[in-house]
Design a protein around this ligand. Sequence first.
Ligand code: FAD
Length: 594
Amino acid sequence: MGQYVAPRRDMQFVLHELLRAEDEFRQLPPYSEMSRDLLDQVLEEAGKFASEVLFPLNHIGDEEGCHFENGVVTTPKGFKRAYEQFREAGWPSLAADPAYGGQGLPHTIGYALEEILNSANQAFAMYPLLTHGAYQALRAHGTEDQKRIFLPKLVSGEWTGTMCLTEPQAGSDLGLLRTRAEPSRDGSYKITGTKIFVSSGEHDLSQNIVHLVLARLPDGPPGTKGISLFIVPKFLPTADGEVGERNNVKCGSIEHKMGIHGNATCVMNMEDATAWMVGQPNRGLQAMFVMMNGARIGVGMQGLGQTEVAYQNALAYAKERVQARALSGPKAPNRPADPIIVHADVRRMLLTQKAYVEGGRAFAYWVALLLDKSDSHPDEQVRKECQDLVALLTPVVKAFLTDNGVTCTNLALQVFGGHGYIREGGMDQYVRDARINTIYEGTNGIQALDLLGRKVLLDGGVKLGRLGVIVKSFVEDASQSQGMAEFTAPLGALVGKIEQLTMEIGGKAQERPDEVSAAAADYLRLVGHLMLGYFWAKSARIALDPKFASDPFYVAKLATARFYFSRLFTETESLFLSARSGASNLLALDAELF
Ligand SMILES: Cc1cc2nc3c(=O)[nH]c(=O)nc-3n(C[C@H](O)[C@H](O)[C@H](O)COP(=O)(O)OP(=O)(O)OC[C@H]3O[C@@H](n4cnc5c(N)ncnc54)[C@H](O)[C@@H]3O)c2cc1C
């Protein structure tokens, strides 16, 4: 049902023309051999796999869902075979360290692959994507022994991974978690407790499942400072790293939920389950943040992936479906009515999706490239600057792209009219699947607090200042170019206005801390528009080159940049008003009076 073709031309535009990825990789020793051809080839193969193997299972997974019987979880028909093919083709190891069997490609390509997988089948993609997150956390914080035993299996995809944070009483506030870890004499631990909402917690795709679990030691202080991180495998590994005895970590049930039906969301019960600590006692959240930060960008790619696939289907429908005539007279006189793409309001819906998905892609791939530079650039100062930018922008990738994903999948459904609302058209699945992305991995409200509270104000605006320098220097340079003023003038003004707003909120928050929470969601969207404005202006600059004047790809880029600045970027004006209105209009009403 429906269609998905990986948007390779636009991915190439982002990688080669906007980001000049090949030149950037040449500076990074592990990736210096990465050629444009190789990158294109990987995306081509990934696109084929996604369209031929994963996309056909998307609707089946949604209809059938996962099955639970006596603690055993079975994935929808076709998922197991698809996972075997996924492994055989080497996709799990693409962006992993060759020391553990990986292919050593950069994060940038890993995240581009994630976009493709998520467009084709988000529920399926979650099994390997969490595995990659577990790999990243263990690679950063595991002991040599833990790395030797677990990493090759996670990299090959023979074993999959999960993250077990949430408990019934501990969601956004992990300081409330109760799962206990008792030390054993042999250096291992015994874990007891219940985790809920564990994605891919139990299933039939892999030989073993490696749970990364947050728990509290007997003497761990209350709150987030008393949390440690543990590996709790479904089957204990033997000394030579193969599957051994069954551990006491069992799936109690799976959730019936709004979307991503093909992914098992599990209640996981642990009763004296054998575990090993990762990293330092009581510093589990820091270790888990490696997985969480990677996963936050990954959830941004889910929002982007859903936007892309919904847009492709809405666009195809809008060209096919005929209703009424264009107000300016017939555009398809041989047909009984004009295709709905002639109507301005349908174009508004399509262009909103196009502008958010293409702008979002440029922004997200850039952050992924910054991640590669923060890991591998030979100059320590560059690494530090890139780390700061990644830290600042991770909550923005997560929340801005997933909020836009909800907006855009709804608009895509709207383009189908009633045929979108009934299940037959398949558009409802994109709306339902995209909805979770604003909730898990830290709700978007929590992301906004992280951005404004921790990443901007606590840091005295240093990281924001770094971003401002990048945007301002582009504006200064590009505003000299013919035809660029319509883009650079509003973009340049936005940087200054955000800096001003930041100072105002910082000042007000000293008297009244609630001011931060009250402004945070608006503030995050402002920074999101700063980024999309930056990339749409950069795209326009490329498209304005006279040599592209009659090339349809660049003509469309320029028109979309103009649409973005005229109709989406303008949201910033109301965001400033709302952010400045302060906390009192939110907090004046007593809870009882609602
Ligand atoms: C399908 C699915 C899959 C999931 N997968 C996993 C997984 O693999 N592993 C895992 O550990 N968890 C997983 N989760 C859990 C998910 O991460 C949590 O649901 C999420 O972090 C929010 O926690 P909560 O549901 O308890 O909501 P709450 O924390 O109760 O939040 C409720 C509302 O209050 C807001 N809120 C809370 N605190 C604040 C605050 N301080 N300031 C402002 N607003 C606030 C939130 O933004 C939200 O809108 C999954 C959840 C679902 C539904």
